[in-house]
Design a protein around this ligand. Structure first.
Ligand code: DUC
Ligand code: ZN
Ligand code: ZN
Length: 481
């Protein structure tokens, strides 16, 4: 029996910050006590001194795409490299998106994802299932996965016609099937049909640079799709609806309106939408902006240039406010890395052919902590949006997402007294040839990371191992109204 004691730290939960020592036996948290309470076990324990530091539940990133086939290539992180980078970022569980495309079998898609991940992961992992082809069989599979496979959430797309797109009828059918078995529908809410028209028109005008990726996906088309998804979820009997990667400042208002009516509608955003602007990223000269091509796009500082008057205020301020007000309940990354060389370069001369995605699984905890330092969020809300609510939203609580007796010993010791420099020659462990956060200096640092009791990051070293991470069978959402 292995005993670990984390002593002298400030334990952060959703309700506050308390000086507590944390006792761990093997893989499980067994007790919390006043500082010094467990002094008697110190001689026989591995002791982590967290004096002056925060002790938080391990981060949970509920939106990653390891090895996603997309745009003629594959996301460049494998489960091995991606979960190791996640550990470096204080993440102890990811929920990755298994893929089914039109004409493919859902169960086979899930089995393929198990094959990719099994024996590879540094930290624990679970799966959502993308359904890119809604039909009789995939809806039967939705129920089967929910009841038997621990996969209880299903991502649909209102974008990407011809790839992952579902029309409104298919969406409603999937929502009805999910309502029947208690599953959550996750929605990529952008009006893909309208976007395709704007893309074709831009290309016909010779507008091929990366920045046109953002101009052809204006924010009203995200807000409109968000509204439509919410209406359909209401028609489907208040099926739990979770809107992924919200980027448009007016989209959280749709969630607020749904909450006003008591609906099970929730949303996430990602660090890139909270911190980056079109002007500083996609609009860089030449092809460099390709690094930040993702969907939905990184938005303009003030408003969408082609839609002046409809927004009139910055997107980021609205998103931070949405996070405080719980219109945005979760921060994930939508981690979907592609290298510039041979991957993003597929879109040289045609922004529409740039593989969509940004890698960020390593930096979410750091970047949202920076929101705490900037006065946008409280410490409690940082932990809530990055760990506790993700666990509850997707049926993993209290095994994950909380420092409490009986929970998995997924714990991060966070040092608020130092800084982290992000960049390809600084802190960067994802399998990418660039960083979306090159040169950023963040207050605070991941100090020590434990995954089910095993120390995986310590003294600036990775001490984990491939294959330590286990599959987490999830239950139904524990976050419903
Ligand atoms: N958006 C991305 O940017 N990449 C992968 C899938 C998605 O929806
Ligand atoms: Zn998406
Ligand atoms: Zn995604």
């Amino acid at each position: 029996m292995a005993t670990t004691l984390i002593k002298n730290g400030q334990v952060i939960s959703t309700t506050g910050v308390i000086a507590q020592d944390v006792l761990i036996t093997d893989e499980t948290i067994t007790a919390l006590g006043a500082p010094g309470y467990f002094a008697g076990v110190e001689g026989n324990a591995r002791v982590v001194d967290a004096a002056g530091k925060y002790v938080i539940p391990g981060g949970i990133d509920v939106h990653t795409h390891m090895e996603l086939p997309f745009g003629g290539t594959f996301a460049s992180d494998t489960f091995e490299t991606g979960t190791r980078a996640a550990a470096w970022g204080g993440v102890t569980t990811i929920v990755d998106m298994a893929v089914q495309r039109y004409g493919e079998n859902v169960s086979e898609g899930l089995a393929q994802w198990h094959r990719k991940a099994e024996g590879q992961c540094a930290i624990d992992y679970a799966f959502h299932q993308i359904i890119g082809g809604v039909d009789e069989q995939s809806l039967k599979d939705l129920k089967y996965l929910t009841e038997h496979e621990g996969v209880t959430s299903f991502k649909l797309f209102m974008a990407y016609p011809g790839v992952f797109y579902s029309d409104d009828g298919q969406i409603l059918r999937a929502m009805l099937a999910a309502a029947d078995c208690g599953a959550v529908i996750m929605m990529h809410a952008e009006n893909g049909m309208a976007i395709d028209v704007l893309v074709q028109q831009a290309l016909a005008r010779g507008e091929t640079d990366p920045k046109y990726h953002s101009y052809t996906r204006p924010s009203p088309l995200e807000a409109e799709a968000t509204h439509r998804a919410i209406v359909l979820s209401h028609i489907a009997g208040n099926v739990p609806l979770y809107l992924v990667h919200m980027s448009a400042g007016d989209a959280p208002n749709e969630v607020a309106a749904a909450h006003h009516h008591g609906r099970n509608v929730f949303a996430e955003t990602c660090p890139q939408y909270l911190w980056l602007t079109l002007e500083e990223t996609l609009a860089k000269p030449g092809f460099e902006g390709a690094k930040w091509v993702a969907s939905p796009p990184i938005r303009s500082k003030d408003h969408d240039p082609h839609f002046i008057g409809q927004m009139g205020h910055g997107h980021q301020g609205d998103l931070w406010k949405g996070l405080r007000m719980n219109e945005l309940a979760v921060v994930s990354t939508d981690h979907c890395p592609f290298c510039m060389k041979d991957q993003k370069e597929l879109g040289l001369g045609n922004f529409a052919a740039i593989p969509n995605g940004i890698g960020g699984v390593e930096h979410r905890m750091e970047l949202i902590y920076q929101g705490v330092v900037a006065g946008e969020l409280s410490l409690q809300r940082w932990v809530e949006t990055c760990s506790t609510t993700p666990a509850r939203m997707f049926g993993m609580y209290p095994k994950k997402g909380v420092i409490a007796p009986g929970s998995d010993a997924d714990v991060v010791v966070w040092d608020p007294n130092t800084k982290t420099k992000i960049g390809i020659d600084d802190k960067h462990h994802m399998n990418m040839d660039h960083s979306s956060w090159e040169g950023w200096v963040i207050d605070g640092k991941v100090d020590t990371v434990l995954s089910r009791g095993a120390v995986v990051i310590e003294n600036d070293q990775y001490t984990g191992r491939k294959g330590h991470g286990q599959y987490v069978r999830r239950g139904l959402s524990q976050y419903l109204v």
